[in-house]
Design a protein around this ligand. Structure first.
Ligand code: RB5
Length: 156
């Protein structure tokens, strides 16, 4: 599988260990930066790159790391086709893929230590969507919400 990895300065300390792990697990990494620690860089820039890689099909999945995982998750989910979540536990990381077809994992390097982060990434990468009818039905409903292109005006 081709997996995009991106981080801002908050996630920078975890990026290299995560890239190494994904490669050890036999997958190809598309490294979208940051390539150097730059304290003034902005998480939306990296979340956008990773989200576009997933949305375009250039990568099957993505891992985005920022300080908390939250900003990256909010930004990535703005892109059609991205199903991103912050997961800081193994159960969410594999169940999110198995049931919800989560294709983007967001991590907070200020929240989790490297061992837990690597365990979470391993569960994310090694899991697959079950494709069970109830999960496909729910996924289709999520896609329909996306297609509805809701705006503040249209939901009033
Ligand atoms: C950057 O300082 C920090 O705000 C960012 O990495 C992230 O935590 C946002 O959610």
């Amino acid at each position: 599988m081709r997996i995009a990895v991106a981080c801002d300065h908050g996630g920078f300390p975890l990026k290299s260990p995560i890239v190494e792990l994904i490669e050890e697990l036999g997958h190809e990494v598309v490294d979208l930066g940051a390539y150097d620690f730059e304290p003034l860089d902005d998480y939306p820039d990296f979340a956008e790159k990773a989200g576009k890689a997933v949305s375009s099909g250039d990568a099957e999945r993505a891992v985005i790391i920022c300080g908390s995982g939250v900003g990256a998750c909010i930004a990535a989910n703005k892109i059609v086709g991205v199903r991103a979540s912050v997961c800081h536990d193994a159960y969410s990381a594999h169940q999110g893929v198995e049931h919800d077809d989560m294709n983007t994992l967001c991590l907070g390097a200020r929240i989790v230590g490297s061992e837990l982060a690597l365990e979470v990434v391993k569960h994310f990468v090694q899991s697959t969507f079950t494709g069970e009818e109830r999960h496909r039905r729910r996924l289709e409903k999520v896609r329909q919400i996306e297609r509805n292109n809701l705006t503040p005006e249209s939901v009033r």
